[in-house]
Every structure is written in structure tokens, then in C-alpha cells.
Design a protein around this ligand. Structure first.
Ligand code: AMP
Length: 568
């Protein structure tokens, strides 16, 4: 297919904000799309592989600028300037290509497969000369691109297509194109997406309107699936109302999520961002081999840190570096040990358990684990109809340095990637929020060369709204924890714009932040401001889509007002 045909679709899709119109446009496109070109479904989501695959394009703004500069013969400073004015490097690239084509009228014959091939080479490059090789792969595409193609190529490179297509838009378009929009068939498509994490595959089967085949798709061990997420509850009483009696209460561990896959001897560990972190946790591989029965399985768990001497559990912050660090693993294993607390099982010995009720899954789970304190254990759980018992359990969890409790409906299925109403979290107010950094200032004096005074934003729909500024909690030295230097290194590739000392940063890096209280504020677009925000940790395990929403902050603001009323 010509790439211009795909960019035409992008343009059509971005010309409307109405979901139903988008579905109409996409379903027509899907009807005509050949099965052999199913990879287009990846490009529609701005990806080059299925979402279970770790290989992402991963191009920084700076590299995109260099490539545009080379392709259009414009100097980088001019591109920066245009970017500041237009706010979108894709638009900049389009504009510069327009003037270029007027000059040379270069003919172009970009195909989708050529685009995909070049993009797929990007994450494979390592070692010396990588940057130059990347630039030439991108430039090759940009020089044969029309203005419209240049726009979407650059947006694809930067992971921000801006066509307003989500997974659910694709799902409903498939339903309309191949199943007569029969709403009863929607769960089959959803489950197929959940189990495979591969939209091209689901498209190919949907194209044949083969509902049986969709239903028979299975989870595959070794391919990560998206974790199920919890909603918040305000009280135990409310949880009973929502979940019925009895219910399961478990510790809500203050660590990070690990999805554990085992097939024969091969064990793979994934974070909730679907990143493979097996190499970082050799001890977990050992625990799984030694303490769990079964030929193949997928488990959902939380890794929690503890202090070897005091045997007290630590918070997430203390062990967060274990996810990132890829060297000196043995030393880290010693100094920052983790205990694996398993709370769900999604697959066992060749069969998916997603549709089985939670009580069956948890029973099986507890049967196959040999518990070994400070190594591996099933999550601490009680099943009860008594509010009092849960109250006691909640207090005990907090005393044990955990975040709170999870309350679970015993009959519920496991729904990958969904924030479900049958699993509720209860934790004390005012702990922390996961926010994204959208701005900063270059430091002066002893912080010269480092970014500081970071602007923190929450999420509302697809928008990011500022809610505070902070540097507090960051360390001067790398060895002491999350430092200015480390954060600067992480943020630098995402700088969008610079105005003297102030920089605008693409929303990519998520941090956990505590604060004293929330105030109404007209200084920020969000309408709220955090008072005394303080950095707690990097949340590299959290995707941007899961950061704190404005709604959650508003709820917390109301809760805080109620609390104050109680104590005043
Ligand atoms: P939150 O990050 O506040 O939305 O809470 C959801 C997270 O709690 C999950 O992603 C897990 O990493 C974590 N968690 C800790 N303990 C449990 C548990 N017993 N059951 C489910 N999730 C848990």
C-alpha cells in the first residue's frame, strides 16, 4: 500500500473528534484492507510491532530535529524556532517539506512496508555509529515523503500520532466491519485482544468473521498481557455494597508489579508496562523454579523490598532502582532483596484461567506455592463477611508498612488491562500521586547543568494539566537515590522547547510525589495545586496512561475537606 493512502486515513480520522465517525471511517478502511497488510493495525496505534513486543521506535525530539534538518536542508536552530511557534515537530516537518517540494518536485513512492521496514530497524541498532545510522534511516524516508507523509512520519517517530484512535475505537470498527455491528460479538473481540495483545492477528481473524476462532484464541506464555487494575473505594462498608459478601481482602503491597511467565524451564518476568525485566531479578527465577509446581503458568504478583537486618518491609522507593539497573545485579540482589507476593494466576498447564472465578484461581494458586518467607509467598488474604475483621486486617497491613488493602469479588473474572469494579483498593488518603513531568528550569549555582524546579502534571482524558512544581526530595548525589543528574539525563531527550532557562518537556517520565495538602488554585490549568510536593521515586513501571487523573485529585481534595471538617 502506498504510505499516502495511510496518511489520507490519518487525516480523515483527525478531522473529526466524534467517536462514531471515526469508527465509520475505520470500518470502511478495514473492509478494504488486505489481510497481508495487517501490520497497518500496528501503525494505526503508532507501533511497529504488537503491543506485547518490547521493541518500540524510541526516537527523541533531538534526533527527530537532526533528521528533519538533514532531509530538508534546514538548520537545526530554525527547526527549534519553528517548533516553538507551532508546537508540533510533525507540522514543522510538513511545512519544511512543502517548501522543499515546491523547489525540487521530487517524486515520491513511499510504501507502508518501506516505512515499517525502516522503522523496525531503529530499535535494533546498538553500539558505535548508532545515531548516524538512525538519522540516515529516518532521512531516507523523509526525503521521499510528501508534506502530509512527513507530518505523520515524524509524529510516528515521536510516538504521538494525534489521530484520536484508541484500542477500543479499533475494536468497535472491527465489529462494524466484519460482524454487522452485532454488540453481542463485542466481548469476543475484546477477549481476543486481551489474550493476544496483537491487533493484526485479531484483524486477520475478524476479517473472516470467524467468531469461533476468535473465541478459541489462548494466552501464550512468554507474551506479556496487560495487568488488571483496581478502582478505589472509600470504605469497607462501601466495598461490601459493591462487591457483595463474603469478599477477599488482601494486603496491598507497596512494591512493584511483576507478571511471571513460565514455560518448561524458561521464566520471563514483565512489569506492568510489559517490559521484560527477567535479567534484573535472577533470584526470582530461582524462587519460581524451586517453590512452584507446574509445567507452565502465568502469575500476577507484587515484588516487595525488605531490610535484611531488621526484616521490615520497605517502600517502593527503596527498591525502584532494581527495575532499572542492569549492572552489578548480584550486589543489588544482596543489598535490595525482594519478596514475591503472588496474588493471581491467569494460566496453568496449557489452559487460560481468565474466565474462572477468582475464588478458584486463588485456591489453585495457594495449592501450588511452597511458601518461603522473604522469598516467595501467596498474598496475605482473608475471606470474610465481617467489616470488623477487615478493619483489623487493614490496620495490620499498614503496620506492616504496606499501602493498604485490596478487596476482591470472589466470583469475578480476570480482565486484562481494565480498571475493574470488582477489585477495589483501600488506602489512607494523602499518600502519593503518580504524576508526569512536563517542564523544568535549568539550575544555577551548584545545580548548574542540571534541570530543577520540575513542573508536575496530572491527566484529564488525553491532556496533561499542571498541578505543581517541585525539586524537593531529589538527591545531590547519584548514590543517595533519585538525583538531579539522573532525572536530567532521563528528561533531556524529551525536551521540546527551551526559553532561556525554562524548558517544556514531553510527558514521558512518571514520578511518585507526596504532598502536604491540595489547594484550589488559579495558577494552574488543573484548578488545583499541591502544597509542598516532594519527589518519592521514579515510576518507570507505570505507563503514562495510568498516572493520576484530575478526577482522582478532585476526589482527594473533597476527602481532604471532609477530613479537616472532622478534626476541626
Ligand atoms: P494502584 O497502583 O494504586 O492503582 O494500585 C494497583 C496496584 O496495586 C497493582 O498494579 C499492583 O501492583 C498492586 N498490588 C499490591 N498488592 C496487590 C494485591 N494483593 N492484589 C492486586 N494488586 C496488588
Amino acid at each position: 500500500m502506498l504510505y499516502s493512502k495511510l496518511t489520507e486515513l490519518y487525516t480523515q480520522l483527525s478531522s473529526t473528534t466524534k467517536r462514531l465517525e471515526k469508527i465509520e471511517i475505520l470500518s470502511k478502511f478495514f473492509k478494504k484492507l488486505d489481510e497481508k497488510e495487517s501490520y497497518i493495525l500496528y501503525l494505526l496505534e503508532g507501533n511497529i510491532y504488537p503491543s506485547y513486543d518490547e521493541r518500540k521506535i524510541g526516537i527523541s525530539n533531538q534526533l527527530a530535529i537532526k533528521s528533519i534538518s538533514k532531509a530538508t536542508g534546514t538548520n537545526q536552530k530554525k527547526i527549534q524556532e519553528l517548533w516553538r511557534k507551532m508546537g508540533d515537530l510533525g507540522e514543522v516537518s510538513k511545512k519544511l517539506t512543502e517548501t522543499k517540494t515546491q523547489r525540487t518536485l521530487a517524486s515520491h513512492t513511499l510504501t507502508t512496508i518501506k516505512v515499517l521496514e525502516n522503522l523496525r530497524k531503529l530499535p535494533e541498532l546498538i553500539g558505535k555509529g548508532t545515531i548516524d545510522k538512525k538519522i540516515s534511516l529516518i532521512t531516507e524516508l523523509l526525503t521521499s515523503a510528501s508534506p502530509e507523509e512527513a507530518l505523520y512520519l515524524v509524529r510516528t517517530l515521536l510516538g504521538d500520532l494525534r489521530i484520536g484512535v484508541q484500542e477500543s475505537t479499533i475494536k468497535y470498527s472491527l465489529l462494524k466491519a466484519f460482524f454487522n455491528d452485532d454488540k453481542e460479538k463485542e466481548p469476543s473481540i475484546q477477549r481476543a485482544i486481551d489474550k493476544t495483545n496483537d491487533l493484526a492477528k485479531v484483524f486477520e481473524i475478524s476479517k473472516k468473521s470467524d467468531i469461533k476462532k476468535l473465541d478459541s484464541l489462548e494466552l501464550e506464555v512468554g507474551k506479556p498481557i496487560k495487568a488488571m487494575l483496581a478502582q478505589k473505594t472509600i470504605s469497607i462498608k462501601q466495598a461490601f455494597k459493591d462487591l457483595g459478601k463474603p469478599l477477599a481482602a488482601e494486603y496491598k503491597y507497596d512494591g512493584f508489579r511483576l507478571l511471571i511467565h513460565k514455560k518448561g524451564d524458561k521464566i520471563t518476568l514483565f512489569t506492568r508496562r510489559l517490559e521484560n525485566v527477567t535479567k534484573q531479578f535472577p533470584e526470582v527465577e530461582r524462587y519460581i523454579q524451586n517453590n512452584l509446581k507446574g509445567k507452565s503458568f502465568i502469575l500476577d504478583s507484587e515484588a516487595v523490598g525488605y531490610d535484611k537486618k531488621t526484616k521490615k518491609y520497605t517502600d517502593f522507593q527503596a527498591i525502584s532502582q532494581r527495575i532499572r539497573r542492569k549492572h552489578n545485579i548480584k550486589k543489588l540482589e544482596e543489598s535490595l532483596p525482594v519478596e514475591i507476593n503472588i496474588f493471581d494466576i491467569l494460566y496453568y498447564n496449557g489452559k487460560s484461567l481468565l474466565d474462572k472465578p477468582f475464588k478458584e484461581r486463588t485456591k489453585l494458586l495457594r495449592k501450588i506455592i511452597k511458601k518461603e518467607p522473604f522469598k516467595i509467598a501467596p498474598s496475605k488474604m482473608i475471606i470474610t463477611s465481617s467489616e470488623k475483621e477487615i478493619e483489623k486486617f487493614y490496620k495490620e497491613a499498614l503496620k506492616n508498612n504496606q499501602e493498604g488493602i485490596m478487596l476482591k469479588n470472589l466470583d469475578a473474572e480476570y480482565k486484562p488491562g481494565r480498571r475493574v469494579g470488582h477489585m477495589l483498593k483501600l488506602k489512607p488518603n494523602k499518600k502519593d500521586f503518580d504524576l508526569v513531568i512536563t517542564g523544568a528550569e535549568w539550575g544555577t549555582g551548584k545545580r548548574k547543568g542540571w534541570l530543577s524546579s520540575f513542573t508536575l502534571s496530572c491527566k484529564k482524558g488525553n491532556k496533561f494539566l499542571e498541578i505543581g512544581k517541585s525539586s524537593t526530595g531529589l538527591k545531590e548525589k547519584k548514590e543517595e537515590g533519585l538525583s538531579y543528574e539522573e532525572l536530567t539525563d532521563l528528561l533531556k531527550p524529551h525536551i521540546e522547547e527551551q526559553n532561556e532557562r525554562a524548558v517544556k518537556i514531553s510527558p514521558k517520565i512518571v514520578v511518585a510525589v507526596t504532598y502536604q495538602d491540595i489547594q484550589k488554585s488559579s495558577n494552574y490549568e488543573s484548578g488545583l495545586a499541591l502544597r509542598f510536593p516532594r519527589f518519592v521515586a521514579l515510576r518507570e513501571d507505570k505507563p503514562i496512561s495510568e498516572i493520576t487523573t484530575l478526577e482522582e485529585l478532585e476526589e482527594e481534595f473533597i476527602d481532604q475537606k471532609k477530613e479537616n471538617y472532622k478534626y476541626n
